[in-house]
Write a protein that binds this ligand. Structure first.
Ligand code: ATP
Length: 491
């Protein structure tokens, strides 16, 4: 097993063991590519979402948020192109009856060529695959699978069906009488909830272009290849922002958001070398430019966020299909002194998967450290989360369960809990309790001992350095206020 595979396995089991992520419906053996966030996972996820929301909405006077419903009128998905175009090219192995994404099989082969030093073959196949995808040439995809002798990983045979397109949207029926007209979809992206509300928000918020609308929420895709834990799920959460601009200014704003978003990632401190931009060769049906921000996961660089220049594709199609004008009157004057007048705005989109950000965070922050000296050497597992993201900000421990120490610890905790998520524990040796908080990523532990009763001082222990300091109780809040300051991440 490679070191990276090993680390990934450890991260996955840590996530389960410490209440971050559980397989969905686990007592029934789980449900493919669906996961639940546990008691610590939900806190970390909320904090990541808050970081995004603050950076996008709170820090921008011209960006506001909404929370649209998951169900939308079925015509939305016709206009957006999802009914006709949101599909993956699939191929089945006739012996194992397993279904694969044709491009994924080819990608795996390319990776294998590269690993074996066959760079020319890898490049050649990459080029041929990109062209086939661009032309939507399904027979050519099958032919590539055959000529490169790709076998099913399960059956080992090359007995393949033709390549077919498979729509990724989940459909269900609304109301009692189920016929085609009652068919609704679970949204495959949150963006469309923003587009259909474009005028509602613009008018009621008196928004002036350029302005943005942000939204976070669940999205659903019937992913065929679901693997790598919460990397590719069938139910996941997106954090999307659509920025409405004057046509012709899209290049400038595309660059602006590329820079703003990479800066946002870098502020987390996981290391600049963990990110790279990947320009799209094959553009989606709605885009005139697109780039991914990829993160260096233990299984390689993979997409975490997309930045897309979506032109006026969505608003124009919604205008056409709904028959409602989705235009903006721009009263500002152009270089000839005339108002820009009515137009359908162009859009730059930033779209990040919260679950992938969560996974990136776990992978970047999971550390095993050698601690102690000589015969007392030990390994500690620590999640070096940015303090503001940690599920618990502070743990409060009475050294023992008696002599009034728990009562004193409770008084301290009762003072802190209004501002900070606190953890209280009185069981087990103090060292063990510290280690458990390290594994959850809690940045500060406060220990109350017998001296506390006499002089109102406590021990504060720092997660990353394991340094311990004696401080007056009155100083705890001061330290926390200084350390847990959103300005550090947002300025
Ligand atoms: P991929 O190529 O990995 O399937 P995508 O290009 O289809 O992703 P977008 O449609 O651009 O993804 O969605 C925006 C973001 O939503 C992605 O960058 C990713 O972080 C997240 N995302 C998309 N699909 C999933 C999924 N199945 N599970 C978890 N997150 C996802």
């Amino acid at each position: 097993m490679s070191n990276n595979e090993d680390i990934f396995k450890k991260v996955v089991s840590h996530a389960k063991e410490y209440g971050f992520v559980f397989p969905s419906s686990e007592i029934y053996d789980g449900l493919g590519a669906v996961y639940d966030y546990g008691q610590n996972g939900v806190e970390l996820k909320n904090n990541l979402r808050t970081y995004w929301w603050k950076a996008m909405v709170q820090m921008h006077e011209n960006i506001v948020g909404i929370d649209a419903a998951i169900f939308m009128h079925p015509k939305v998905w016709k206009a957006s192109g999802h009914v006709d175009g949101f599909s993956d090219p699939m191929i089945d192995n006739k012996d194992s009856k397993k279904r694969y994404r044709a491009d994924q099989l080819l990608e795996d082969k390319i990776a294998r060529y590269e690993k074996d030093g066959k760079t020319n073959k890898a490049n050649e196949l990459q080029e041929a695959m990109d062209k086939a995808l661009l032309d939507n040439d399904l027979p050519q995809l099958k032919s590539l699978i055959e000529t490169h002798e790709i076998a099913c990983p399960i059956s080992g045979t090359r007995n393949w069906t033709d390549v077919r397109q498979f729509n990724l949207m989940f459909a269900t029926e609304m109301g009692a009488a189920a016929d085609e007209s009652d068919k609704v979809y679970l949204r495959p992206e949150t963006a469309q909830g923003i587009f259909v509300n474009f005028l509602n928000v613009q008018k009621t918020g008196r928004m002036k272009i350029p302005f943005g609308i942000a939204q976070t929420g669940k999205a659903f895709r019937n992913e065929i290849i679901a693997r790598q834990f919460i990397m590719r799920m069938r139910e996941f959460e997106q954090m999307e922002m659509q920025f409405f601009i004057r046509p012709g200014t899209q290049k400038q704003w595309y660059e602006y958001w590329k820079e703003a978003r990479i800066k946002w990632h870098n502020k987390l401190g996981y290391g600049a070398d963990k990110y790279r931009f990947h320009d799209h060769v094959k553009l989606a049906h709605y885009a005139d430019a697109a780039v991914d921000i990829e993160f260096d996961f233990p299984f390689g660089f993979k997409e975490m966020e997309g930045i897309h220049s979506r032109t006026d594709f969505d608003l124009r199609n919604h205008q056409e299909l709904s028959g409602k004008k989705l235009q903006y009157f721009d009263a500002e004057l152009d270089e000839n002194g005339k108002p820009y007048g009515n137009y359908i705005p162009y859009v730059i989109e930033t779209s990040i998967g919260l679950d992938r950000l969560f996974l990136a965070t776990l992978c970047a922050c999971y550390k095993e450290e050698e601690v102690g000296e000589d015969d007392k050497k030990d390994t500690r597992v620590v999640l070096s989360l940015p303090s503001l993201l940690a599920p618990y900000k502070v743990a409060v421990f009475p050294l023992t369960k008696k002599d009034g120490l728990p009562e004193k610890a409770r008084v301290i905790m009762d003072e802190l809990k209004f501002d900070y998520n606190c953890f209280y524990e009185e069981k087990d040796a103090i060292g063990k309790r510290y280690r458990r908080q390290d594994a959850l990523g809690t940045p500060y532990c406060i220990t109350v001992d017998h001296d506390t009763l006499n002089d109102d001082t406590v021990t504060i222990r720092y997660r990353d350095t394991m340094k311990q300091e004696r401080i007056p109780i009155a100083k705890i809040k001061e330290i926390l206020r200084e350390e847990l300051d959103w300005k550090k991440l947002l300025a």
